[in-house]
Design a protein around this ligand. Structure first.
Ligand code: FE2
Ligand code: FE2
Length: 252
């Protein structure tokens, strides 16, 4: 009855990789096989595995078919969160996806999933893709930030607002059903390199989430872009696949 999480599988059994540059690090070599092996030795059928976004390079469900089959073959109950690369997943059509996969894959968006730990404590697994302004930042010769693209920052604020509404919906549905313990999932990190907190960290605090799990930061230079460890009595963890070297993190 354990809970595991990992993100950014970036599967491409069918789709061509557009951003090939990102995936040249040796950690990506045969990562699908490495991940399968790691899951087999770790996750049991009564465990839950949350995949924290960027599942597939496919641009639509047809191009993701093999990737989804691969995920379905993994052990445990699989819950998927939306990442910025998940073009197959229209946020407004999450119900359709849930119906299509008939419980074999569970899509977390504007809803929540229950989880009970081995001591019988009931949690709601809540989440949304999230968003945060990621630049471009302007640096001086010593790599200090001297400014950033303010137009892009304004645009980002709107996306952050929409994602915050979606996250609140997820929390509210769970709370209305009587849940008081929460694990919160985001694809994007909860804060960017300029921030100490955000609407997402404040919402985690408001509802009393025990943990915040996020992904999206991959490549060594990005592993420490956001909050890690204990902050305002909440545990923050980055679970991008290359950071974890394809071994899912045990959350509970
Ligand atoms: Fe990613
Ligand atoms: Fe991402």
């Amino acid at each position: 009855m354990s809970l595991y999480a990992i993100g950014d599988l970036h599967l491409h059994f069918q789709a061509q990789i557009k951003a090939r540059g990102q995936l040249t690090d040796p950690v990506w070599r045969n990562h699908e096989q490495v991940f399968t092996r790691n899951c087999a030795g770790l996750i049991h059928d009564d465990d839950t595995l949350v995949l924290v976004g960027d599942h597939s390079w496919g641009r639509n469900l047809q191009e993701c078919e093999e990737d989804m089959k691969y995920i379905m073959r993994l052990p445990g109950r699989k819950i998927l969160l939306r990442g910025n690369h998940d073009m197959f997943w229209d946020a407004k059509k999450t119900d359709t996806l849930n119906q299509y996969f008939g419980g074999k894959l569970l899509f977390l968006q504007n809803n929540y999933y229950p989880y009970t730990d081995e001591n019988g404590k009931a949690y709601a697994l809540v989440g949304t893709k999230g968003f945060t302004f990621e630049g471009p930042f302007y640096l001086d010769r010593r790599h200090r930030i001297t400014g950033w693209d303010e137009e892009a920052e304004e645009h980002a604020k709107k996306i952050v607002e929409r994602e915050a509404e979606r996250l609140r919906l997820s929390f509210e549905k769970a709370r209305n059903d009587g849940y008081t313990s929460f694990i919160m999932f985001l694809h994007y990190p909860p804060t960017n390199i300029l921030e100490r907190d955000s609407v997402f960290t404040r919402m985690a605090e408001e509802y009393g989430a025990e943990k915040v799990i996020y992904a999206h930061c991959h490549g060594e230079s990005r592993f420490h872009d956001s909050i890690e460890g204990r902050y305002h009595r909440i545990d923050y963890s980055l679970v991008s696949g290359d950071y974890l070297r394809w071994k899912p993190m045990k959350v509970l």
